[in-house]
Design a protein around this ligand. Structure first.
Ligand SMILES: [Zn+2]
Length: 326
């Protein structure tokens, strides 16, 4: 039986069950936290809050939580291990890659193809391979998928380099890919073209945040490439409301695209992008931006709109299983 690596070891892909394909436990810059976090970060309080929230979403029936937090988003696996130990009913899947909208890591600015220390393949991609094949640092946890971010339609050279390094690690290991894209700027088109040129298996690529768009021409163009559409920001109402997101998914299901969509919230217990009172801001401005919104509100709305139970299972169970089957 094919297995997938999780924070607590290998799991049979048939056991993944209902899966949220893009959530973060935390999105908190490690260097920022270490130097400027004393006013707003209490480690014990944040860990306890995460344990409570993950237990709660598991109690709603979610079995697997796919966390694309990588370098650039403050990935710190020991904290995730500590939390997952207290929520053994939930699989957490870790990622490798790099998250930045304009650059590659400065630590690699002198090493790599065509640079001062001319190395091929790109040592950045080799680090990603190591996270997948051997494990992340000395945690014993292996990453099971790759992540990069393409926010601008004409990406900077550093961003293109990261994407090519991700494609290299994908070819080497067979690990699938999730890309942060900007759906309004339709950056998924650039991603599909680049990954195709890099000989990636597009059926193992999630074009993240596609659900921020309602443009069916754009979405079907992406899906027809073989890629999966990340309908993964339920609860971020400031970008698109839940009824709008539900309407788009319903229209795509009617056209036979259930096999090309996955569902999630892109939520987190804490993110350091909104000042010191993140939870207060969330509760006031985006009260649905939490891990249970899909099970509480979105699935009933999809059923109401005529989406079949079979299509819901396809998006929530079958597509994630296929994505993680190597
Ligand atoms: Zn995200």
């Amino acid at each position: 039986m094919p297995t997938v690596e999780t924070v607590r070891g290998a799991v049979d892909v048939a056991e993944l069950g209902p899966t949220l394909m893009h959530e973060h436990v935390f999105f908190v810059g490690t260097e920022y936290l270490q130097n400027y976090g004393s006013g707003w970060w209490d480690e014990e309080e944040r860990v306890a809050d995460a344990i409570e929230r993950l237990r709660s979403v598991a109690a709603r029936g979610v079995r697997t939580f796919v966390d694309p937090t990588v370098w650039g988003g403050g990935r710190y696996i020991p904290r995730i291990q500590r939390i997952n130990e207290q929520v053994p009913e939930l699989n957490i899947i870790a990622a490798t890659g790099y998250y930045h909208y304009t650059d590659a890591p400065i630590q690699f600015s002198n090493r790599g193809p065509g640079l001062l220390f001319d190395e091929t393949p790109d040592p950045l991609g080799r680090e990603f391979v190591r996270d997948i094949a051997e494990g992340i640092a000395d945690t014993g946890v292996r990453a099971a998928f790759l992540k990069c971010a393409v926010e601008h339609p004409d990406p900077a050279p550093g961003v293109e380099r990261v994407c090519r390094a991700v494609a290299y690690a994908h070819r080497e290991t067979g690990a699938p890919i999730t890309v942060h894209t900007n759906a309004h700027r339709q950056t998924g088109r650039w991603v599909v073209d680049l990954l195709r040129a890099e000989h990636a298996d597009l059926t193992k690529v999630v074009i993240g945040h596609s659900g921020d768009s309602g443009d069916l021409d754009y979405l079907t163009w992406l899906a027809d490439s073989g890629a999966l559409l990340g309908m993964d920001r339920f609860g971020i109402d400031v970008y698109r409301t839940t009824p709008e997101r539900v309407e788009t998914i319903t229209a795509l299901c009617e056209r036979g695209y259930a096999e090309r969509m996955v569902l999630s919230h892109d939520a987190m217990c804490w993110i350091d992008w909104f000042g010191e009172d993140f939870t207060g801001m969330r509760d006031q401005l985006m009260p649905n931006w939490h891990y249970e919104h899909i099970h509480n509100d979105v699935l009933p709305a999809l059923r109401e709109a005529g989406v079949s139970e079979k299509d819901i299972d396809t998006m929530l169970i079958d597509n994630p299983r296929r994505y993680f089957t190597r």
